[in-house]
Design a protein around this ligand. Structure first.
Ligand SMILES: NC(=O)c1ccc[n+]([C@@H]2O[C@H](COP(=O)([O-])OP(=O)(O)OC[C@H]3O[C@@H](n4cnc5c(N)ncnc54)[C@H](OP(=O)(O)O)[C@@H]3O)[C@@H](O)[C@H]2O)c1
Length: 270
């Protein structure tokens, strides 16, 4: 990972809970020295204490980047600590759902380079995906630095406009929870068909994990992969007739679920 600016000038993490820790773990294992990282968090975890980063110990004068990873509800309380870095050379990278670039600009200074990202928790195993969008003060070099950081924990896509981030939140930001629920309900359905609970869960987890990997790796699109495993009048077709029902199946269900998440994201940002 080429992050010389961060190694030289340091970076600040405001809030280091689940998402901040998942990202920090990726950076440290990718070679970022702990001595380049200043974390501000009122209740640091034992893991965080063990990393050797500067913990609740101020911050450098001109850090290359400040990652904002507190909950949107804590933003008003947490942001003033960052104000002195505003309108300067520090790039602000926020992963908070629902806090707009305009809100950050207002709190941190209108001339601050601000990048909003929506990551997801598979970042904890290096398989996240983040979408990023920057304001007019975020240069190409700033965007590349943010993308390089986020690539340490998975894939990155760049958005054309901030308004797309609500849809991203609905698909990939909140999406891991939908897949966890798919695993839970697939296992429960297996149990209902007579399997022991533990075995049903093992089958469900491996099926979702394996199919996910295949969908990412195969040259065919997921629709074709589905067709490939569906023989006419076979078992898969019987299930797909239930799941693909235009009124009661996945299409209207996921449409409603993703819309609910995107609507909530818009509400939080309003
Ligand atoms: N988790 C996800 O799937 C996900 C996905 C995409 C984006 N995000 C975004 O990532 C952000 C963090 O989410 P999370 O799940 O990591 O939440 P989290 O685990 O609650 O982490 C937030 C951390 O910030 C700390 N904090 C609270 N007030 C603070 C302050 N004034 N100064 C410094 N630190 C403070 C919290 O400490 P205490 O626990 O002591 O309050 C906690 O350790 C959110 O804005 C969320 O929208 C999360």
């Amino acid at each position: 990972m080429s992050l010389e600016q961060i190694e030289q000038r340091g970076m600040v993490l405001l809030g280091c809970g689940k998402m901040g820790s998942a990202m920090l773990a990726g950076w440290l294992s990718g070679g970022l020295p702990a001595s380049a990282v200043w974390v501000l968090d009122p209740h640091p975890s034992d893991w965080l204490k063990s990393t050797g980063v500067h913990l609740n110990d101020g911050m450098p004068d001109n850090p290359a980047l400040a990652l904002i990873a507190v909950k949107p509800q804590m933003m008003g309380e947490a942001l003033p600590a960052m104000q002195k870095l505003g309108n300067g050379e520090t790039v602000f990278l926020s992963v908070a759902a629902g806090t707009s670039i305009a809100t950050f600009a207002q709190a941190l200074g209108e001339r601050s380079p601000i990048i909003r990202a929506m990551p997801n928790t598979p970042a904890a195993v290096g398989r996240g995906i983040s979408a990023v969008v920057g304001n007019a003060h975020a240069t190409d070099a700033h965007m590349t630095m943010a993308e390089t950081l986020l690539e340490a924990v998975g894939q990155v896509v760049r958005l054309d406009s901030e308004s797309q981030i609500d849809a991203v939140t609905g698909v990939s930001g909140s999406g891991p929870a939908y897949v966890f629920h798919l695993i839970e309900t697939l296992a429960a359905a297996g149990e209902a068909e007579g399997l022991p609970a533990e075995m049903a869960m093992k089958l469900a987890k491996a099926t979702v994990g394996g199919a996910g990997q295949l969908a990412e790796d195969a040259p065919e699109d997921p629709g074709q992969l589905r067709v490939n495993v569906t023989s006419p009048n076979g078992t898969t077709q019987a299930a797909l007739e239930v799941l693909m029902d235009e009124e009661t199946g996945f299409p209207p269900l996921l449409r409603r679920a993703v819309k609910a998440a995107a609507d909530r994201s818009r509400e939080l940002g309003a």
